[in-house]
Design a protein around this ligand. Structure first.
Ligand SMILES: NC(=O)c1ccc[n+]([C@@H]2O[C@H](COP(=O)([O-])OP(=O)(O)OC[C@H]3O[C@@H](n4cnc5c(N)ncnc54)[C@H](O)[C@@H]3O)[C@@H](O)[C@H]2O)c1
Length: 356
């Protein structure tokens, strides 16, 4: 029989309610035992909705709980480092939300803390457990595209600013805007698809176009403020030059005058791949190659995976704790991504390419 696992949820906001708690509660022999939020009314309400027995205001009570094996950290980005390190130090495994931290120094300290505690530090990079992304990664690693020399990923939102004056738009709490929110997913997806190639330089631009004018409000986040500070970027564009000669380019926006778009384009010297659900909604992924000198387009069947991406991410974390698989993304990988995002901000501020 599998040993039951007890999970504590730190932060009772949007990602806890839509991702963490439902994901764990679908798994056999996994119990969500405790929930905490500094907003104790919210914590009580969410605990009642999901039938969670122990409710706290202070995360230290969750990590001190003797029967809890692992915690999720779903609080504003600037708090990830402290909460995660304290949880690891008490012997808990941690599923931390993205981005790993708001500074490279904090991210490094978290990775070191996990090594010292010999506990799993995972990140909820749920883009990796999409069926199309899994298929694309296999296609690339099987060599079907040859040597990949170009990857272009865009995640663009028409109106997606998560509140004006929410923690997302206050730099001290978020560490940045769309780049720290969606950009972290995009850069992680690109790097993971190519099995974490060596990056030699970063060129990036960040802009605040809609936010400072109060435009582009979206619907995410539980503390949705409509008239507060907007101190971060709502658009970012970046180029990563790879040691093998390849190039990764991405754009992300929280808000812009254009269509919503989630596109992944990969070009190799023997073939290409394009995931573009907004354009090809019947067959969102296409593969391009030549057969006997004839250009051929293939529409592969994308695996239909059970549950949501977040469900699969929580399931992988549990498998990793049980020694049956690997974490959806590791703290060390999160640190690599954080270093790249940090270089994007530096590049934008200094107006030059950053050599790594
Ligand atoms: N992986 C994903 O798809 C995904 C999606 C959205 C958000 N996130 C990440 O999840 C984290 C939370 O985002 P969200 O959208 O749920 O935000 P949210 O604002 O909806 O929720 C955050 C919660 O944390 C609580 N909180 C603040 N300080 C706390 C503390 N010291 N102790 C306990 N609780 C505290 C707040 O009261 C709030 O309820 C962020 O790091 C964000 O980047 C990840």
């Amino acid at each position: 029989m599998t040993k039951p696992l007890h999970i504590g949820i730190i932060g009772a906001g949007a990602i806890a309610q839509f991702g963490h708690i439902p994901g764990f509660q679908k798994l056999a022999d996994v119990h969500v035992t405790a929930l905490c939020d500094t907003n104790i009314e919210r914590a009580r309400e969410v605990a009642a909705k999901f039938n969670i027995p122990n409710v706290y205001e202070d995360y230290r009570e969750v990590i001190a709980h003797p029967t809890i094996d692992a915690v999720t950290v779903g609080v504003p980005n600037a708090l990830h480092a402290t909460v995660t390190q304290e949880a690891l130090a008490t012997g808990k495994h941690v599923m931390c939300e993205k981005p790993l931290a708001t500074t490279v120094a904090d991210g490094q300290a978290m990775v070191t803390a996990a090594e010292q505690a010999n506990r799993i530090l995972a990140l909820n990079m749920h883009q990796r457990v999409r069926g199309d992304a899994q298929l694309l990664r296999k296609t690339i690693s099987d060599g079907a595209l040859g040597q990949v020399h170009y990857m272009h990923i865009r995640m663009m939102r028409r109106n997606g600013i998560p509140g004006f004056g929410s923690w997302f738009t206050r730099r001290e709490l978020s560490g940045g805007g769309v780049l720290m929110d969606i950009g972290v997913h995009v850069v992680d997806l690109a790097m993971w698809l190519l099995n974490f190639p060596e990056v030699v330089s970063v060129r990036g631009e960040t802009r605040a176009i809609h936010g400072p004018r109060g435009r582009g409000l979206g619907g995410w986040g539980v503390d949705h403020v409509r008239d507060g500070a907007f101190e971060v970027e709502d658009f970012a564009s970046l180029h990563l030059r790879l040691a093998n000669g390849g190039l990764i380019t991405t754009e992300v926006s929280w808000a812009m005058y254009g269509d919503n778009e989630n596109r992944v384009q990969v070009v190799g010297d023997e073939g290409g791949a394009d995931i573009f659900p907004e354009l090809h909604n019947q067959a969102p992924m296409r593969l391009f190659r030549d057969e006997d000198g004839i250009p051929v387009d293939v529409y592969p069947h994308i695996p239909r995976l059970a549950g949501s991406d977040w469900d699969r991410s929580m399931a992988s974390f549990v498998e990793a704790i049980r020694g049956e698989g690997r974490a959806p993304a590791t703290g060390a990988e999160g640190l690599t991504i954080l270093k790249l995002l940090d270089a994007v901000y530096r590049s934008s501020a200094e107006g030059k390419e950053i050599m790594l």
